[in-house]
Design a protein. Structure first.
Length: 274
C-alpha cells in the first residue's frame, strides 16, 4: 500500500463516508482537494487567473464524477507576502469564473500569509442518485471518456521550460457533466481520472475486491498520466450500445479498456503525490 492510501486508511474505521470522490451524507456531497504551489503547479507555468480557475475546476470534478450538482464552496487560500493586489484580483477572477460556470456560490473560507501560493477548496453539492466507486460486478466493462495522455505530455513540456496552449488539459480541464448525468442510470460505478488510469482502476479494484483484465493496449503514458479529469466508468456489457448512444449525444468519446474479473489489481505507475 502506498503512503497516500495508508494515511487515508487510518481514518476509514471512524465512519462509512470515506472512499469515494466525495462524502455522501444524505443528499449532500462534500468534497475537498488541495492545489499547492510546487506540488501541483509552478507560478511560472500558470497565470494567477489560470491557477484560480484550475483550483476550482479540479475540485468541481469530484462533484461531477459523483453525479452531484455543485452548490456552495469554501475557500482556504495561503498567499505569499509578495503577491500584488492585481495578482490577487486575477486569482479571485479565475476562482469566480469557474464557480460561475457551475452555478456555485462561494460562502466563506479563510486566508493566511504563506511562503507560497496554496489553495484548499471544499465543494458542497447535492445528489439524488450519486455515482459511487462501489458496485462493480464480474464481467463489467471498464471504460474512460475523452482522451488520456495529453496532461502528462504537457507536464513534460512545462518541466523542460516550454509552454503549453491556454486550452491545454493541464491548464483548463473539461468536465463531463452532461454525459455523467445522462448515463448515470446505466452505470455501475465511476470516478474521475485524476491520478492516472492505472492508479484509479486500482482504486475501483480495491473498492470492489475484483481484478481487471485488459482488453485494449494502452501506452505507458496513457496508463500513468495524471490530472486528466476525464471519467472512469463501469457498466454491464448489455449497456454498451446505450452508453455509446449517450456518448454520441453528449459529444463524448468512450474507450472500453478492460473488464472486471476475480482477483485484484495493483498499479505499476509511479505515484504522483508521494
Amino acid at each position: 500500500m502506498n503512503a497516500e492510501n495508508y494515511f487515508i486508511s487510518t481514518f476509514t474505521s471512524a465512519g462509512t463516508h470515506i472512499g469515494d470522490d466525495g462524502a455522501c451524507v444524505g443528499q449532500w456531497v462534500y468534497s475537498k482537494d488541495v492545489f499547492f504551489e510546487n506540488v501541483h503547479f509552478k507560478r511560472t507555468w500558470l497565470s494567477p487567473y489560470q491557477i484560480g480557475y484550475k483550483a476550482m475546476i479540479v475540485n468541481i470534478s469530484d462533484a461531477i464524477a459523483m453525479n452531484a450538482t455543485p452548490a456552495y464552496a469554501l475557500l482556504g487560500v495561503a498567499m505569499p507576502k509578495s503577491i500584488s493586489l492585481h495578482q490577487m484580483d486575477e486569482l479571485s477572477r479565475g476562482i469566480r469564473a469557474a464557480a460561475s460556470e457551475y452555478g456555485i456560490e462561494i460562502i466563506g473560507g479563510d486566508t493566511i500569509s504563506n511562503s507560497k501560493l496554496d489553495l484548499s477548496i471544499t465543494i458542497i453539492s447535492q445528489a439524488k442518485n450519486p455515482l459511487l466507486r462501489r458496485g462493480l460486478k464480474k464481467g463489467d466493462i471498464i471504460a474512460y471518456t475523452g482522451t488520456i495522455g495529453k496532461s502528462a505530455r504537457d507536464l513534460r513540456y512545462l518541466l523542460s521550460g516550454g509552454k503549453v496552449h491556454t486550452k491545454s488539459r493541464f491548464v483548463a480541464p473539461k468536465l463531463r457533466q452532461g454525459f455523467v448525468s445522462d448515463a448515470r442510470p446505466y452505470l455501475r460505478c465511476g470516478m474521475d481520472l485524476s491520478d492516472g488510469l492505472c492508479s484509479d482502476i486500482e482504486k475501483l479494484s480495491r473498492a470492489n475486491r475484483l481484478g481487471i483484465q485488459w482488453d485494449k493496449k494502452i501506452s505507458k503514458r496513457g496508463k500513468c498520466s495524471g490530472e486528466e479529469y476525464e471519467m472512469l466508468i463501469a457498466f454491464s456489457p448489455r449497456r454498451l450500445e446505450t452508453i455509446r448512444r449517450i456518448a454520441a449525444r453528449t459529444r463524448t468519446t468512450i474507450t472500453p479498456v478492460a473488464h472486471a474479473v476475480r482477483g485484484s489489481y495493483t498499479s505499476r505507475c509511479k505515484r504522483h503525490h508521494f
